[in-house]
Ligand binder design. Structure first.
Ligand code: BYC
Ligand code: FE
Ligand code: FE
Length: 472
């Protein structure tokens, strides 16, 4: 059962061949997906052989097989984590009832919306990243980009499976719509803000993986708690793939910081642009941008939607079952950041209404852990600078802080101060032009662009100078 059936046209561990109707729906969707992938997936590399990891079983050990694959031939498929015998709904009004194997009728609309919102981000990110291949800093990085891309493609499959298997005709329509919206499109944009931003360069890509894929981790972990068991199981398997995306982000940024510090030491200057590096001030502005747009993805601090998702048993808290409380939260409170005139303070709010903020808190703590590792790299070079996360009120478009201007250190500032200083806080046109100027492709095995250090080790025990993508 833990193995995946690769004989089928759509690899799966859900006995797809026993459900002809579902199989037909997915077989009908597959060519549309491939068409989308060829139009909107990685530009220019579709015919190249890439050293990719493919899932072959869903247990924790040894589920991956590595080998050269042309991306359109990647075996996207449907893989759910193993069922847990006797699993129950662990929170909300239905706590203690058996987990649902079918969609509870009264929650159909809400659940569909949650699944569509999750599903929409997956192809969006592939669209955002589709031009990065031609400016890769190395073959190693090019391969990692494509690994992330094919897995986000599979995450789309994961949500389409749930829609087609459990939402009938509506589900099939939503599956098609997921291929029709486009990141950044004026008429049919992707659903959530961050997924309509551009990812024009590799600094942005690594920070997207670090901050935005990490929202994926926290949202998927919350959906993995769902009382709707098929959603829980599919999200649990997606989380195993998500870990790699955050690895790409964290180590990519660590290597940039490493190279920057080497250049600072070698030339005894902060201004490493002269030497083709990314200065720490620019890196900080890019962090401020990607962190703030990702903080928006958690929704408003006070949210009746979030309270409903929880009470209905559809979306839990991060590590719900590890928490020691009543898992209903009718009387509990939670401390939430709020705008109080021109000051930012906290107040006790109903815990149920504060679930978005609580998840954001878990997320911020996790973001800080990687940042501490980058700062350790800086410190080990004897450099007295610290990278920081911007205050949660900074540059927000959703929630309590959307209406005001907040500095990265958390002061509510006037429009005049914002206008005078925002170029110190967010990437400027000049920064973007400079970063773009660094984006020259490096495709010789084992060679790396000047602005990024090589990784400590290669992929799957291969050497760093392995031919991760065959360009010949
Ligand atoms: N942009 O009560 P509110 C990933 C809307 S990333 C635009 O504040 P709620 C990945 C909201 O939809 C994980 N609109 O928020 C990463 C609502 O609209 P309606 C993605 C926004 O509903 C990298 C209204 O504002 N997964 O996997 O509690 C690469 C008021 O909503 C935004 C999920 O998000 C925004 N930022 O929470 C690849 C999980 N924020 O309904 C993949 C599923 C809010 O009034 N989604 N709005 O028309 C959810 O759980 C919730 O929809 C949200 C919002 C957490 C996003
Ligand atoms: Fe994903
Ligand atoms: Fe991801």
């Amino acid at each position: 059962m833990a193995g995946i059936d690769y004989v089928e046209q759509i690899p799966n561990n859900v006995n797809l061949h026993e459900n002809r109707r579902l199989l037909r729906a997915l077989e009908d969707w597959q060519p549309k997906f491939l068409e989308w992938w060829k139009d909107m997936g990685p530009h220019g590399y579709q015919a190249k052989e890439v050293y990719l990891r493919t899932a072959i079983s869903v247990d924790a050990q040894g589920w991956a097989k590595f080998g050269y694959v042309r991306m359109p031939e990647y075996r996207w498929g449907i893989f759910l984590a193993e069922p847990e015998a006797g699993r129950q709904i662990n929170f909300g009004d239905h706590q203690g009832s058996p987990a649902w194997q079918e969609v509870p009728g009264e929650y159909r609309g809400v659940l569909r919306r949650l699944i569509v919102t999750q599903g929409d981000t997956e192809p969006a990110s592939v669209e955002q990243q589709r031009h990065l291949g031609r400016t890769c800093p190395s073959l190693y990085d090019l391969r990692n980009l494509f690994q992330v891309n094919v897995e986000e493609g599979r995450h789309l499959w994961a949500m389409v499976y749930i829609l087609d298997a459990h939402f009938g005709r509506d589900g099939r329509e939503e599956s098609e719509a997921l291929l029709q919206r486009r990141s950044g499109d004026a008429d049919k944009p992707r659903i959530l803000g961050a997924f309509n931003e551009k990812t024009p360069d590799w600094l942005s890509f690594f920070l997207f993986c670090y901050f935005t894929d990490r929202d994926g981790k926290y949202q998927l972990a919350s959906l993995a708690e769902s009382g709707f068991d098929p959603l829980s199981r599919t999200c649990r398997f997606m989380l195993t793939e998500e870990a790699h995306h955050m690895f790409v982000g964290e180590t990519g940024m660590g290597r940039i910081v490493q190279r920057t510090c080497e250049l600072m030491r070698e030339h005894k200057t902060d201004d490493v642009r002269k030497f083709g590096g990314l200065d720490l001030a620019t890196i900080q502005r890019y962090i401020n941008f990607h962190c703030s747009v990702s903080l928006d993805l958690f929704g408003s601090e006070i949210s009746t939607n979030a309270a409903n998702f929880y009470t209905m048993g559809l979306k839990g808290r991060f590590e719900e079952t590890k928490k020691r409380d009543d898992h209903r939260l009718k009387d509990a409170t939670y401390s939430v950041a709020e705008l109080n005139g021109d000051r930012i303070t906290t107040r006790e709010e109903a815990a149920l209404l504060s679930l978005n903020e609580r998840l954001r808190d878990d997320y911020v703590a996790d973001c800080n852990r990687g940042l501490a590792r980058w700062n350790q790299i800086i410190k080990s070079h004897g450099i007295d600078v610290e990278l920081t996360l911007p205050h949660r009120g900074f540059h927000r478009a959703i929630g309590a802080f959307a209406e005001v201007k907040v500095s990265p250190d958390g002061r509510v500032v006037s429009e005049a101060e914002w206008d005078a200083k925002h170029h110190q806080w967010l990437p400027t046109e000049d920064d973007k032009a400079y970063v773009a100027s660094l984006m020259q492709p490096v495709t010789e095995p084992g060679k790396f662009a000047n602005w990024i250090a090589p990784p400590a080790r290669g992929i799957n025990g291969q050497p760093v100078d392995f031919e991760y993508v065959r360009l010949g």
